[in-house]
Design a binder for this molecule. Structure first.
Ligand SMILES: Nc1ncnc2c1ncn2[C@@H]1O[C@H](COP(=O)(O)OP(=O)(O)OP(=O)(O)O)[C@@H](O)[C@H]1O
Ligand SMILES: [Mg+2]
Length: 321
């Protein structure tokens, strides 16, 4: 109950749990117990048993143990905090590693293969020209150009994904604007960005989490949705949340089934989005049904993630918390 306690004879006290003493063959007579308290929370109890002289525990004993307990509690709490910081860091490192992995795979499957095709094409053209087959050479060139253009587009997208410069310099909304513009030029779907009037500037880490979630949602749309239109919305909700959603009109999917299958397939996109959201106390939601399109939404509490004034930029109005 958060209060120190002296029990002179445990056999007279039905709160006493005798098993531990029996297990250790340590006959217990008297107990002095004090709570270990950190910032008002009891995190444990420190007990001493059987005063050596056989006499009773005194208030002075209790005072001494209470002081000792307060110090130990702080030490234990610090160790726990340190451990949870390390766990957090390990998780972030794992997510970053995963992102590099996927980037490598995307380059391998995309631009690298297209470049290989273009190189093969050039030797084919050369061969045709040495045999004076202009028609064959021209036809091959006509096929090569779109492949090279596509490789360039994909590389530009990858570069943008890797280092959204606008995000660092101007913040979330300008970054989303230029991202949407770039997608509009390079993708088969159109992208429309809807932004609420007053979006406050958040810390750099919160803004990059939001941006990365949008990127992963877009990358899923590109790969799986076969959509013709995407709406990206940024709104400030009544409860002090920034809500960002990415909605496509594509094929949709069965969320429960995918969740079950994702472990064996080793697909990590959704998991990464959830993990990232958690680092800024955000919550990710995915709503989808076959034939009904997909909406990925992220809610981030504004107040704990507000940028300090020095971090903010004049291009977005600051809302006082
Ligand atoms: N916008 C979408 N439209 C249709 N299906 C989707 C959409 N987003 C996700 N999915 C489905 O959900 C699955 C899981 O997505 P997730 O991003 O976790 O993995 P992935 O994209 O397959 O692989 P990874 O992201 O690791 O490259 C996808 O394989 C796809 O079947
Ligand atoms: Mg994915």
């Amino acid at each position: 109950h958060g209060e120190p306690l002296i029990v002179d004879d445990v056999r007279q006290d039905d709160r006493y749990y005798p098993r531990i003493a029996q297990d250790h063959a340590y006959p217990t007579h008297s107990i002095l117990a004090v709570p270990m308290i950190v910032r008002g929370n009891v995190i444990g109890v420190l007990q001493v048993l059987n005063r050596t002289s056989g006499t009773r525990f005194t208030p002075a004993d209790q005072e001494l143990l209470t002081a000792f307990s307060a110090q130990s509690a702080v030490v234990i709490e610090n160790a726990r905090l340190y451990q949870s910081l390390r766990d957090e860091r390990d998780r972030i490192v794992a997510v970053e590693e995963e992102v590099r992995h996927r980037l490598a795979r995307d380059i391998h499957d995309g631009p690298a293969q297209m470049l290989a095709a273009v190189i093969m094409g050039t030797s084919f053209v050369r061969e045709a020209l040495t045999h004076e087959r202009m028609d064959v050479a021209l036809k091959e060139l006509d096929e090569m150009v779109p492949v090279a253009e596509k490789a360039l587009r994909q590389l530009r997208t990858l570069l943008f994904d890797l280092r959204p410069v606008t995000l660092e310099t101007k913040g979330l909304i300008p970054a989303l604007e230029s991202y949407a513009r770039m997608l509009g030029q390079n993708e088969r779907f159109t992208v429309e960005l809807h932004v609420a009037d007053e979006v406050p500037r958040l810390t750099h880490s919160a803004e990059s989490v939001i941006f990365q979630v949008v990127q992963e949602a877009i990358s899923n749309i590109r790969k799986h949705a076969n959509a013709s239109h995407v709406d990206v919305r940024v709104a400030v909700e009544k409860g002090g949340q920034l809500a960002v959603s990415v909605q496509d009109n594509g094929v949709g999917f069965d969320t429960a089934q995918i969740e079950r299958a994702s472990e064996e397939k080793g697909s990590l996109g959704m998991l990464n989005m959830r993990e990232r959201a958690r680092t800024v106390n955000g919550v990710l939601g995915v709503v989808s049904q076959p034939g009904q399109g997909t909406t990925v939404s992220l809610r981030v509490p504004i107040k704990p993630n507000l940028a300090r004034v020095t971090e903010a930029d004049a291009t977005q109005p600051l809302v006082s918390a």
